[in-house]
Design a protein around this ligand. Structure first.
Ligand code: ZN
Length: 164
């Protein structure tokens, strides 16, 4: 695997830049997607966005929880290329968030409870999914990274970050 540097600090210009759309899924891009999943696992994250490893391109890795009756949660790792939020629920949910790029802190953020997302998978196929709760929150957090936004920009009123 190529060497990547995890980007940290809320004033880091890479984390504050709007990332570029991917025009073509080249072998290099596919390789990068695999690396992004590996890095997400290595850092015990449930999501990781390309700018967090130094690349201002619109790719995110997420962990999706599949809840099936009578079975444990199954976790599926998903790569989303050029993800676009198509629909956002009026219903919201407030949860504690943390970020690999802001080590040691967490804080409460309000997110849409359910979303419809469109993206390209690693093979370049167009996907459209409805996600809710945990799965929807992760995707919203990661897409913010592609816009140069961090969870600390969105803390609910009167909420300060806490040390973990
Ligand atoms: Zn993050």
């Amino acid at each position: 695997m190529q060497k990547y540097i995890i980007q940290i600090w809320d004033k880091n210009p890479i984390l504050r830049t709007k990332s570029e759309f991917i025009d073509e899924i080249t072998p290099e891009i596919k390789e990068f997607c695999k690396d992004l999943i590996k890095l997400m696992r290595k850092h015990d994250g449930v999501g990781l966005a390309a700018p967090q490893v130094g690349k201002n391109i619109r790719i995110i890795a997420t962990t999706q929880r599949n809840i099936k009756k009578g079975k444990e949660d199954l976790l599926a790792e998903t790569i989303m290329i050029n993800p676009v939020l198509k629909e956002l629920s009026q219903d919201t949910t407030i949860g504690e968030e943390a970020c690999i790029s802001l080590p040691g802190i967490m804080g409460k953020v309000k997110r849409h409870k359910s979303i419809i997302i469109e993206y390209l998978d690693i093979k370049g196929n167009k996907q459209k999914k409805k996600l809710k709760d945990f799965n929807a929150v992760i995707v919203q957090h990661e897409i913010d990274h592609l816009e140069g936004v961090l969870f600390t920009d969105k803390l609910i009123k009167n909420n300060k970050v806490k040390k973990m």
